[in-house]
Design a binder for this molecule. Structure first.
Ligand code: PLP
Length: 361
C-alpha cells in the first residue's frame, strides 16, 4: 500500500515548544490521580478472553451511545478507527467523498485504502455546514463512502441531526456509506452526546476518549458500525493484531461511569474561555469566524488585504517566530487564509495569546 506522508501528523508529533500553545484541540491530559479511581495493578487482569474487545468495555461504549454491543468494535484511538472503517469499506479505485477542510488523515487514509478522493465544501461562507444541494450535485458516481467530522475539525461546528439524516439519505440513494468522526462530539454541551449512530442504516461512527476527556494515552477508541459491516471491519482487525491491550481496555471500562463527571468539571472553564475568544473576535476586525458549537477550537480567517490568500499561514509563522505562540497554520487544512485557534489553555495564557495575535495581525 502506498502510505502518504501526513504533514499535519508529522508537525503535531514534532510537538510545539511555544510558550503559548494554541495549537491543541483536546483537553489537557489527565493523570490517574485526577480520576479518583480506586484501582491497583493487581486489580487488573493481564490476560483473558477479549478476541474483538473486552466485553465490559464494549458494553460501556454501547450503553453510552445507545448502540447494540454487536455493533461496537474497539480500536486504538479514533486514528485506528479511521483506518478500520476505510479499509473495510473501500476497494482499489472506489470513489470517496470527503469534507473540505478536513483533518488530514480523513482524506489521506482513504487514499491509502485505494480510494479516489472527491471533496464537498464546508466553508466560512456557509457557516461550515454542508449544503445538501451542492453535496448531492457533486457526489461522485459510484461513491462508496462519504467522510465528515462532527463536531467539525477545524471549525467546531455541529451538524444538526436532520441535516445528517438528509445527507445520509442522499448517500444511501447512491449506495454510499457515511463515516462520521465524532471525536469532538463529547464537547457538545449537555451531558449525553447526540451521536449520529443509528440515525440512518448507512452511518458508521468513530470516536475515542481522547479529546473531550484528556484521556489520549488510554488509546480507547471505537467504531460503531451497522451489523452488515462488522465482519469486514473485524477482518481488518485480524490483519492488524490478535488482540488489544487488555489492561488498557479494563481501565477504560472502569472510566466510562466517570465520564459525565469529567464533562461537568471542564464545562464552566470551556464556556468562560469561549466567552473570552468571542469578545476578542468581536473587537478584532482583521479576523472573521464562525463561533464553534462546542469544543476548544475555531477556524478564523485572516481578512484579506490586497488579495492576500495566505494570511492564516503567515500569521502562524509570525506568531511563532516573534511571539513564541503557536496556532495551527490553515495550510494543514488546505486553506491558507485560515488558522486553527485552540483556546483550551489557562485564562492568563489565553489572553496573552490573543494579545499576541492582535499585535501580529
Ligand atoms: C478529527 C480527528 N479525528 C481523529 C483524531 C485522532 O484521535 P485519537 O487521538 O482518538 O486517535 C483527531 C486528532 O486530532 C482528530 O482531529
Amino acid at each position: 500500500m502506498p502510505y502518504e506522508p501526513i504533514g499535519y501528523m508529522e508537525w503535531a508529533k514534532a510537538g510545539t515548544r511555544a510558550a503559548v500553545n494554541m495549537a491543541r484541540s483536546g483537553l489537557p491530559g489527565l493523570e490517574f490521580s485526577d480520576l479518583g479511581l480506586e484501582i491497583g495493578l493487581t486489580d487488573l487482569r493481564l490476560n483473558g478472553e477479549h478476541p474483538y474487545g473486552w466485553k465490559p468495555l464494549i458494553e460501556a461504549i454501547a450503553g453510552r451511545y445507545g448502540a447494540d454491543p454487536g455493533c461496537v468494535i474497539p480500536s486504538v484511538g479514533t486514528s485506528q478507527a479511521i483506518f478500520l472503517a476505510c479499509a473495510a469499506v473501500l476497494s482499489e479505485g472506489d470513489a470517496v467523498y470527503v469534507e473540505q477542510p478536513a483533518y488530514e488523515p480523513l482524506r489521506s487514509v482513504p487514499r491509502t485504502a485505494g480510494g479516489r478522493v472527491f471533496r464537498f465544501s464546508r466553508s466560512l461562507e456557509n457557516g461550515f455546514g454542508v449544503d445538501p444541494a451542492e453535496f448531492a450535485e457533486r457526489l461522485p458516481e459510484g461513491a462508496k463512502l462519504v467522510i465528515m467530522s462532527d463536531l467539525h475539525n477545524p471549525s467546531g461546528v455541529k451538524l444538526p441531526p436532520e441535516r445528517v439524516k438528509e445527507l445520509a439519505g442522499i448517500a444511501a440513494d447512491r449506495g454510499a456509506d457515511v463515516l462520521i468522526d465524532e471525536v469532538y462530539l463529547e464537547f457538545e454541551a449537555g451531558v449525553r452526546p447526540h451521536t449520529s449512530f443509528g440515525l440512518a442504516e448507512n452511518i458508521i461512527v468513530i470516536s475515542s476518549l481522547t479529546k473531550a476527556f484528556g484521556l489520549s494515552g488510554l488509546r480507547c477508541g471505537w467504531v460503531l458500525a451497522p451489523r452488515r459491516l462488522v465482519p469486514s471491519i473485524r477482518r481488518v482487525v485480524d490483519n492488524l493484531h490478535v488482540e488489544h491491550v487488555l489492561p488498557a481496555e479494563q481501565i477504560s471500562a472502569r472510566i466510562f461511569p466517570l465520564l459525565d463527571g469529567l464533562k461537568d468539571r471542564s464545562r464552566a472553564w470551556i464556556e468562560s474561555n469561549t466567552a473570552v475568544v468571542r469578545e476578542f473576535m468581536a473587537r478584532t476586525p482583521g479576523l472573521r469566524w464562525v463561533e464553534p458549537d462546542g469544543g476548544i477550537v475555531a477556524f478564523p480567517r485572516v481578512v484579506a488585504r490586497g488579495g492576500e490568500t495566505e494570511g492564516g499561514d503567515r500569521l502562524a509563522r509570525v506568531l511563532l517566530e516573534t511571539k513564541d505562540t503557536a496556532v495551527v497554520p490553515g495550510g494543514f487544512f488546505e486553506d491558507f487564509r485560515h488558522f486553527r485557534l485552540g483556546f483550551g489553555l489557562p485564562e492568563d495564557l489565553l489572553r496573552l495569546g490573543l494579545d499576541n495575535i492582535s499585535a501580529s495581525l
